[in-house]
Design a protein around this ligand. Structure first.
Ligand code: B16
Ligand code: MG
Length: 478
């Protein structure tokens, strides 16, 4: 497809940390609130709540104390914090706009490229008014306009639709790791601004908006637009659906995720399943697939799986499942099942290991719920299986993030402590953090295999093939 068929149509800006610094006010308001309750806020509070929705931020600010408050009390605390934040942020004026923003807006406008806001904040409009830049925006997607917060791509997908553009025709500018994750998963080209350590997976990192022009953004979008860097999996829809829930067999090993919703097993071969193609994003090595499943009892679920072979740790694979229960609250029973021969080991409450039948090999696999520090896990061992179980409740229309890490080795001893340590380390760090490191390495390899001759469709095809081979060899354990 000629490059001109997918021009840059829109640039979607996050607000806090990209156009203005409100994070100090957010952090101060959360800190004051938590201290007034007699608790100490986490030391890295300001960084951790960047880009995160108000209620999710509250749980981060309260940490383990969150479980001491019921939903109604949490709502009240969030309102109290917001009133304090509004007072702190009401003096924002045009001098607070970050350097380079206005010149970039003028340049984009002159080039006919739409400007949109993609912010988690419900206070975005008064802040834009205070900055005196509201008139530039084609549309403002704020905390009132999306269903799922970052790292879900919903905010940016809503913005792309509002611009009448495909995600591959848009660039997202973000300062938060969760925002770059969300944009990459949505198929956008990304610019990270701020702290390099948490933004290594962005396609371009900048320190100031002064570094950007419409022409530079156009070049970036033409080079990295997702339609050029996405491979569709050859799996049939039915295979992809099975794959989605069952995970992939590790080398010689087999693990499966079993999910029960309100007592009914999620079984994609029953009821109705609409399955997307499984897509591999060659820019990051992440493969994802989505299924919308309606159970025979008319319960609707959206299940997304994202997984990658960790370039920073050969042999390790990391997966994240996003489970949304549409229109109703659900109780989920989740079991991670590892099939193996005798001698399974429970490495911890959430990590199990076992030798594989018939071969001299071992698999270690573990899971955890993201952002649910108080969830309880229980390992169970039998002759043929090692299972980790947990139970949780998901409010209607919210997304539960479940992370799985696995490692397998042909010749390891059955209790292979270094494999177990690697799986535990991946779970401790979380999907996003592991992905940032891995994506940075993938990007380095990609730069190394990139041909000098840019632009022609043939060159791109060859380059992608070579990159795939490199990626594969990179993530294969010796
Ligand atoms: P509110 P962004 C985010 O803004 C902030 O970074 C985050 O700290 C805040 O919790 C969130 O908005 C919600 O804000 O409480 O004002 O609705 O970075 O997405 O522009
Ligand atoms: Mg931000």
């Amino acid at each position: 497809m000629p490059a001109t068929e997918r021009p840059l149509r829109a640039v979607i800006f996050d607000l806090d940390g990209v156009l203005v610094s409100t994070s100090k006010y957010h952090a101060q308001a959360w800190g004051d609130l938590v201290r007034s309750l007699g608790h100490e806020p986490p030391p890295d509070l300001e960084e951790r709540v960047k880009g995160i929705s108000r209620m999710a931020s509250l749980k981060i600010a309260l940490g383990e104390h969150a479980k001491d408050y019921n939903e109604e009390q949490l709502e009240q605390l969030a309102t109290q914090k917001n009133e304090h934040y509004r007072r702190l942020s009401q003096n924002i004026d045009p001098n607070d706009l970050f350097p380079g923003a206005r010149a970039l807006f003028d340049d984009l406008r002159a080039a006919g490229i739409k400007i949109l806001l993609g912010s988690a904040s419900k206070n975005a409009k008064p802040v834009l008014d205070g900055l005196g830049i509201t008139e530039y925006f084609h549309d403002i997607i704020d905390g009132f306009r999306y269903r799922h917060g970052k790292p879900h791509p919903d905010i940016f997908l809503t913005a792309a639709r509002a611009a009448g553009a495909d995600p591959s025709e848009c660039i997202v500018v973000e300062d938060a790791a969760a925002g770059i994750d969300a944009a990459i998963d949505g198929g956008f080209v990304t610019v990270g601004i701020g702290t390099y350590e948490s933004l290594k997976h962005a396609h371009l990192f900048i320190r100031s908006l002064e570094e950007l022009t419409a022409a530079k953004l156009r070049d970036l979008q033409q080079r990295w637009r997702s339609d050029l860097w996405t491979a569709t999996s050859p799996l049939t829809p039915r295979q992809a659906a099975t794959h989605l829930l069952l995970g992939e067999p590790a080398k010689g090993g087999a693990w499966a995720l079993q999910v029960t919703v309100d007592g009914q097993a999620v079984d994609l071969t029953r009821g109705k399943a609409e399955v997307s193609d499984s897509r591999l994003d060659l820019r990051t090595g992440v493969e994802s697939a989505e299924t919308r499943w309606t159970s025979p009892a008319h319960r609707e679920m959206v299940l997304t799986r994202r997984g990658f072979a960790d370039a920073a740790c050969p042999g390790r694979r990391v997966h994240r499942y996003e489970i949304e229960s549409v229109g109703h609250e659900a109780t989920l029973d989740i079991a991670l099942v590892l099939s193996c021969a005798r001698g399974c080991v429970a490495v911890s409450d959430r990590v199990v290991s076992g030798p594989l039948p018939g071969v001299r090999a071992v698999t270690v696999v573990g899971m955890q719920l993201h952002d649910r520090p108080t969830a309880a896990y229980a390992p169970e061992l039998s002759d043929e299986q090692a299972v980790v179980r947990t139970r949780t409740t998901v409010p209607a229309d919210t997304v539960l993030y479940l992370e799985v890490a696995e490692m397998a080795e042909q010749s390891a001893a059955p209790d292979a402590p270094e494999l177990a340590a690697s799986v535990q380390q991946a779970l401790r760090a979380g999907f996003s953090e592991v992905r940032i490191e891995s994506a940075a390495l993938v990007a380095q390899r990609l730069a190394a295999v990139r041909g000098e001759d840019e632009g022609s469709a043939d060159v791109l095809a060859v380059r992608r093939r070579r990159f795939l081979q490199t990626l594969e060899s990179l993530t294969r354990r010796e």
